[in-house]
Design a protein around this ligand. Sequence first.
Ligand code: TXA
Ligand code: MG
Length: 323
Amino acid sequence: MYFWPVAKIGTSIDEAVQWLHKDLVAIPTETVYGLAANALSESLVLKIFEVKKRPTFDPLIVHTSAIDRVYEYCTDFPEPLKHLAEALWPGPLTLLLNKKAIIPDITTSGLNKVGIRIPAHPLTLKLLHVLDFPLAAPSANPFGYISPTKADHVQHQLGSEIPYILDGGDCSIGIESTIVGMEGNEICIYRLGGASIQEIESIVGKVKVKVMKGSNPMAPGMLDVHYAPRKPLFVFKSIDDGLKKFGNRKITAILAQKPDVMPENIQSLWLSDDGDVKQMAQRLFHTLRMADQSDSDIILAQWVPQSGLGYAINDRLKRASTK
Ligand code: TXA
Ligand code: MG
């Protein structure tokens, strides 16, 4: 009999440390689970790209444990970005900073800047404190698919490729970090994420949002199609609009909020119980996975309110949708 190998799922920092000296480990963060390796090891970083089937032109984020450590990996730390880091780290913010040679080119896909962040998950923070190297970690999903927010999501898709998943429970924020950098004196957001535009502007003033360009070379990961389920997904202002178009198909509907009256003849899922946008973000990727695993042949989703994390959620829905 042949047993397909699976990753061990556990909460041991020691075991994670041992594996990270020679292999990849999935780690929990407050945003999504990451597929982590020693960011300073070319061969291990290459393995991340192979396991994810990710093109090597799409750079990885480097995770560290303390602001002071940024100076080990970056040549400078512009004041406004340092200010943001002091306010929001540990947290869902990635900063693009000029890298030192210690960060291998493969980690940044040959770019001069490295994306760096301190994640706000207690287990992973502990792990990063113990390690004497930073961790490169993209989201722990096959390239282009929905990001994982539970250890089981990682096991389901990458379990046969990695030895260990550090189980930190459900991710509390549920969408990836906001990516911020500078062009001249201008502060730019390159990916909408767990730190909202308003939150960032309340700390450093007006910023420029430069996220919707699928061919933007600064952020190759911002491809037009990303975070996508295998089933076709279409997004509407209201599910009724979608039903007018696709009413003859077998549908799973993803509503922004639990409805007062259940729609008939369609399977309904919802992102929040009472309209809380943070809850919508936290449940988004799990709900997309459930819809993808259902027996329907098409997913209809509803745009969420454009406030707070709503912008980032709608960005993910847009990229996940069928073009
Ligand atoms: O919340 C997150 O950021 C999660 C957790 C695990 O930390 N990570 C994550 O990684 O979302 P990933 O690889 O799925 O998305 C990272 C994206 C890349 O696709 C790219 O767009 C951008 O970050 N990025 C990373 N380094 C960059 C760089 N040096 N220059 C421009 N963009 C960069
Ligand atoms: Mg990703």
